[in-house]
Design a binder for this molecule. Sequence first.
Ligand code: IMP
Ligand code: MG
Length: 437
Amino acid sequence: MPLDIVVGTQWGDEGKGRFVDLLSAKADYVARFNGGDNAGHTVTVGQQTFKLHLIPSGIVQPHTIGIIGNGVAVNPVILQSEMKGLKDGGVDISPKRLQLSYGAHLITPAHLALDKAQEIARGSSKIGTTLRGIGPAYTSKVSRQGIRFLDMLDRAKLKTKIQKQVAEINLQLTKLYQHDPLDSGLVAEEFEQYAGLLKPYISDVSLILNDALREDRRVLAEGAQGTLLDLDHGTYPFVTSSSPTAGGALVGLGLGPGFEDRVIGVTKSFQTRVGSGPFPTEITGDLATELRGTGEQPWDEFGTTTGRPRRVGWLDLVLLRYAVRINGINELAITKLDVLSGFDQLFICSSYRKNGSEVTELPYGPGDLTGFEPVYKELSGWHEDITAISKWNDLPEKAQAYIHSIEELIGVRIRLVSVGPERDQVIDRNPPELQKT
Ligand code: IMP
Ligand code: MG
């Protein structure tokens, strides 16, 4: 079956981008199915570096077609600037190469203003959103007041809808949050301009993808964020407002089940989180600084979109097991194994203890983790630099043992292991003849 789905198993920032990059070399279509410009990914091609939040990074491969699905929330300002950046960098982004679902919802300046006002009002119980208007845009969608790309095809309708939406959000901004209102006329004018630019790109991507899959062309569905930020299955309410899970890929692209081949769950070799919410294996102090890095390197643990230092901790296998179940993950990929080099001991959380009993599954999901104490399995670390290793057998035994312990406790094979930020720093444990993608 020709559909591969890449999902994050943690709170985002697992390093999905590098596997998306790897797989998109053999994909015909690369498709984003959830979230918006709250995600962030840096793609380097030769001397060029592109910072992308919205457009699927696989578009830098000249043979792919980039798709933005109905499950995505799009800020046209960001979309337009990414399109320009890619074009200036020599990437063809004509409608032949980029297609936008008519059903994707638009993020307007009113959503941005509301996101900010709501976060301020939440005070100490703030979610720590990226302030990109994501929550309010999906709120508009669910409350059936959203504006979609489809509306851009009719300028008059677009204008009326924008003015209505801005007027409604203005009421909340001024009455509930004591903020200044936005000028709905100006917003409408701005969006009319984007409509002119984007019109040729708007289409039925469900039809395109279904036709492609039936012709056995490869589609790579690229998730943003991660399972534990999923609106339904994450650490609610400290979640994002979309569905970053494999089910979300189907809904967010207009596909039925049955096309999937690999459902690849990406996990970092430790745990990170940016923003508020539960984090049972969180660590602080020197050890945390060592895992996080100082922020000087692009791969250090600082938010791509917000620049915030990420919270860090030991790998949590209770949550990973949960992510495997929620997504139907049939293959795991692990990133940043090199960051664990140099520790004498490593810890993985294999279960939780609550009220004296040990559990490997959460009775009511991951939303409320109060009172769940991580139970750690201690493993010996390794000190060798592993960043130049390209074959599994060359990894230090203790690094192999770390991976094997995860596999044993989770019951899913870890096929891909990344040992550094560069494209070729990935170990594929499948023998070459089995590396179909
Ligand atoms: P929102 O998606 O901006 O509404 O933020 C909701 C939560 O999701 C916050 O904790 C954010 O830090 C987190 N979040 C959103 N997008 C990402 C991402 O791409 N990586 C990691 N965390 C994210
Ligand atoms: Mg990220």
